[in-house]
Design a protein around this ligand. Sequence first.
Ligand SMILES: *[C@@H]1O[C@H](CO)[C@@H](O)[C@H](O)[C@H]1NC(C)=O
Ligand SMILES: *[C@@H]1O[C@H](CO)[C@@H](O)[C@H](O)[C@H]1NC(C)=O
Ligand SMILES: *[C@@H]1O[C@H](CO)[C@@H](O)[C@H](O)[C@H]1NC(C)=O
Ligand SMILES: [Cu+2]
Length: 281
Amino acid sequence: MHLAHDIPTNALGSHLAAPPVLPLTNMAATLRPLLAALALLAGPVLAHGGLGNYTVGDTWYRGYDPSEPASEQVGQPWMVQRQWVTIDPIFTVDSPYLACNTPGAPPPANSYIPISAGDNLTAVYWYWLHPVGPMTVWLAACGDDCTTVDVNKLDFFKIWEAGLLEGPNLAEGVWYQKEFQRWDGSPGLWPVRIPRNLRAGRYIVRHEILSIHIEDKPQFYPQCAHLEVKGEGDAVPGEEWLRRFPGAYEADDPSIRINIYAKEFDTTTNYTIPGGPIWDG
Ligand SMILES: *[C@@H]1O[C@H](CO)[C@@H](O)[C@H](O)[C@H]1NC(C)=O
Ligand SMILES: *[C@@H]1O[C@H](CO)[C@@H](O)[C@H](O)[C@H]1NC(C)=O
Ligand SMILES: *[C@@H]1O[C@H](CO)[C@@H](O)[C@H](O)[C@H]1NC(C)=O
Ligand SMILES: [Cu+2]
């Protein structure tokens, strides 16, 4: 399950701490398309999963690529994503990097993705491996300048989420996390509408994939970019929607510290996505 993380890194140890727990047949079925896709992918740029680009309409924006030298990326005017230097997940809900990954440094050229409220922002993943767990998208208002904010003190609000799409149960059902994967060489696309009435301004957009395929060892994969939202709306979320990272999650939340293979989940399809309600303007 971690083949694509098999690029030079010493941090794989913790990532592999628990044995793969998928049934063998399931595992083989997962690996076959993966190997086919890896054969199609050319070059180091694509040799990892993660949020590589953003699109708005037909316009593409480049994200940070941890497999490319930092010196070719930091300071570049095209960079709209906050820096993430490793594809390894964050394992603890109290990590400061839960907000915007490691180290989460802002794009220094202060570039923003321009987008109108009500339009879709699409996150582009060259591929994604893990099949199980919720995906969420969050916004936080920066004020004048997203490069100077402390991401741990920003008030994020959730604008989108998806979990289990169909049964029979948590371990064998189809989650959005699996459904958005593409194994034909084309990227996985994750479109999300910016709330129509959102007040114009500068925002951090935070995409999070939470993978729960390993018993009691959740893996968080957050990634952030900077948005310049235009629009006539004037809506902002109230206190009840606002969350901080860390802070939004509890380590013992039954949706986070979970063994999806446990007997009690054999016949259930309900799963509460953590982080509170969606704000849709
Ligand atoms: C997508 O982002 C990668 C780096 O993350 C970059 O190499 C590539 O050129 C980008 N693609 C487009 C179409 O912008
Ligand atoms: C826009 O995003 C929404 C999710 O917020 C999605 O349901 C819809 O299909 C997207 N539209 C396009 C054209 O991608
Ligand atoms: C599923 O629903 C039951 C009954 O409402 C609840 O006890 C259980 O905690 C839920 N499980 C999850 C993972 O949300
Ligand atoms: Cu992994």
